[in-house]
Ligand binder design. Sequence first.
Ligand SMILES: Nc1nc2c(c(=O)[nH]1)N[C@H]1C(S)=C(S)[C@@H](COP(=O)(O)OP(=O)(O)OC[C@H]3O[C@@H](n4cnc5c(=O)[nH]c(N)nc54)[C@H](O)[C@@H]3O)O[C@H]1N2
Ligand SMILES: Nc1nc2c(c(=O)[nH]1)N[C@H]1C(S)=C(S)[C@@H](COP(=O)(O)OP(=O)(O)OC[C@H]3O[C@@H](n4cnc5c(=O)[nH]c(N)nc54)[C@H](O)[C@@H]3O)O[C@H]1N2
Ligand code: SF4
Ligand SMILES: [Mo]
Length: 753
Amino acid sequence: MSEHQTACILCTRNCGLRVTVENSRITSVRGDPAHPLSQGYLCQKAARLDHYQNHADRLSSPLRRRADGRFEEVTWDEALTDIAARLTALRRAHGGQCFAFYGGGGQGNHLGAPYTRGLLRAMGSPYRYNALAQEKTGDFWVNGKLFGRQDCHITEDVEHADYVLFIGTNPWQAHGIRNARDTLRAISRCPTRKMAVIDPRRTETAKLSDVHLQLRPGTDAFLLAAMLAIMVRDNLLDRSFLAARTLGFDVLEAALKQVPIADYIARADVRVADVEQVARDFARARSACVRVDLGIQQSLHSTLNSYLEKLLFLLTGNLGVRGGNNFHTQLLPIIGHSREAGNVPTVVAGMPAISGIYPPNVLPGEIDSEHPRRIRALVVDSANPAVTGADSAAYERALRKLELLVVVDVAMTETARFAHYVLPASSQFEKWEATGFNLEFPKNYFHLRAPILPPRAGTLSEAEIYTRLVRKLGALPARGFPWLARVARLDRRVPSLGLFPFALAVTLAVRPKLRQQAAHVLYESLGPALPGGARAAAPLWFLAQRYAATHRAAVRRAGHRGRGFLLGESLFTAILHSRAGTLLSEHRHEDTWSLLGYRDRKIRLAIAEMIESLAALAAEPAPTDDYPFVLIAGERRSYNANTIYRDPAWRKQDPDGALTMHPADAARLGLRDGARVRCRSAHGALEVSLRCSDTVRLGVVTLPHGYGLRYRGAIPIGPVLNRLTGESHRDAIAATPFHKYVPVSVSATGDEI
Ligand SMILES: Nc1nc2c(c(=O)[nH]1)N[C@H]1C(S)=C(S)[C@@H](COP(=O)(O)OP(=O)(O)OC[C@H]3O[C@@H](n4cnc5c(=O)[nH]c(N)nc54)[C@H](O)[C@@H]3O)O[C@H]1N2
Ligand SMILES: Nc1nc2c(c(=O)[nH]1)N[C@H]1C(S)=C(S)[C@@H](COP(=O)(O)OP(=O)(O)OC[C@H]3O[C@@H](n4cnc5c(=O)[nH]c(N)nc54)[C@H](O)[C@@H]3O)O[C@H]1N2
Ligand code: SF4
Ligand SMILES: [Mo]
């Protein structure tokens, strides 16, 4: 029996944990009071993490698909040699851009990501697909236009705000803010702090709020436009902020003056007085912030929603202040910036990258096409697009058509079933790991986790898998870097001499092509010199150096010492040795302006495309769907966590992921609570269990995300949600899906409509 410090891997919060391990099982899980952010907090989802670590679908050998369709076990060397040969042949015949990569990290495993970049570069392909482009790229695009860079990402100081507006998010279940339930309770209890929620459901968060605007789904753009127009009409603006920090307010103001306030509020079907009160209280609060998530990012007008939501805090001067919205810095660069120049669009949809990533909604079309430059080879890592991508049927067709599909995962997934090769990764508790979801301000943290269990026999870390593969593709020297590795060993004893940085610089100057493979070079040189087998953490040395050089004063305020490169060195050492998490930096609110992307440090309020979309709302007809219900396809509940848990025994409630419907709707249709019903969309139909609840609006039904997995190869358990969704039901700019607005009908099973 042993005790260890680690982190939860189920959502972006990655709460610090203390766990007990007995006979390779995680037998108890507690919050780690020493974790600088979560300080002992955890939610019910983390309690039985052993269902992730030990379950029947875990992989323990590389698998190759035979001609008869069955998998056979092969050695790592056979698998990687063959994959490299097939990739090389495809690259020769069709160019490296016939290759795409999907994933590269889930909710807690981003340490492998730098190595996956090496694979894309070795193939000469820009095509990196990732789940972030199923939700956040519209937001990133808006940030690029407003602030000058797509990585000027916004965080929210919910803990210190006097007024918090939650739009399309339910932190009680989904978290996404620090120690969500404690934070929500604290606001709710405090008589001087206020919280408002915009959501078509009376969520757990809404129940704690002061005002709940239970709008009609998909109408946020109208409601937010009306709220902004009220701010203009009632002079609720921070004029001095607008004058000092922004450009283009005149154009925006003219557009907002055109908004027919009452009509738009009617469209959302909420009370005018409530909207006015939220606009007024938000604007007049000493500090106010907006926290948003999928409810507006995966619904109609999603990119416009992202623009309007930001205008709420910008017009009221709540950027760059305590209790407001802020930019943050990042050690692991999980959000990038795609410049217009050199941005390679996808071949079929012509979709450019946003923040360095391409949207999963276009991928099936890029594969399942007769275009000579279509995608022919795909590596999927830490993702399960066969169930999580929009339109499962389209994904299945596309995956079947691939000339090479390789899946790197800890488990036999629905996507892996289509693969030519399945490569077993060590679990997040069996290797060095870290998350890039450290998006805090003014203080920012990083948690490097050590393994708490030996790797399952037959598995490897992503760092090792991709280094071997990239070498077989010819992008790394066969001999490795013995000289550089020797220097690194010496350097670890006396880092102050700067031997390693110097030797690395010389190596990269002599062989500039190796710059493309910097993660692998570090893994093979500095990696073996790191204590405790922390080899995979070697790229953090470079990232810590870069972070310290860019944010020198903030890193010093966090207690790190050293001149020149030694500041980065001491930051790296702190990260390497802290098992509970490390304070990286402590910014000042005035740093906001140096973090802004435009050289003149001014925000561009009038984004031409968005002003146009705002104006176009006026002519948009009210939806006249052929289907009587709007399905919110993908609710976060107590017992779902993306597709990370495969074993259904993990769930303590809601075993089959019920469809929720208002009891009055159910009565009208003659459907009883608990009945099996058929839910049909334009794309497919599912049989599901019905649960009546008056927390949803009339005409709205919801289904959870994260079900529909085939544990032990059996039939799917719970709804395979994306059988109901379509890839073209998406945002025009970011191609992110409208999962929160899927027109459906619901009927008794057997009834046809
Ligand atoms: N328990 C649990 N937590 C999770 C996850 C999980 O699988 N399970 N997944 C994690 C991940 S990957 C993510 S991205 C986050 C997502 O976190 P959230 O976005 O907070 O979660 P959701 O439940 O998907 O959607 C949020 C809310 O949007 C509302 N909504 C639906 N339609 C509309 C609309 O038209 N307008 C408005 N204003 N609201 C609408 C829904 O009713 C819901 O309450 O959660 C993370 N946390
Ligand atoms: N209809 C609908 N669809 C949705 C959503 C919705 O709300 N509605 N939500 C969307 C959102 S927000 C997201 S983020 C996506 C999530 O969907 P995906 O991007 O597909 O990610 P996960 O479901 O988190 O899948 C994680 C995979 O990583 C594997 N894994 C776990 N640990 C490791 C490891 O250490 N190494 C490797 N290599 N693999 C590992 C797990 O076994 C699992 O197969 O789903 C999206 N799909
Ligand atoms: S699921 Fe999220 S909030 Fe819950 S313990 Fe894990 S990291 Fe923390
Ligand atoms: Mo997500």
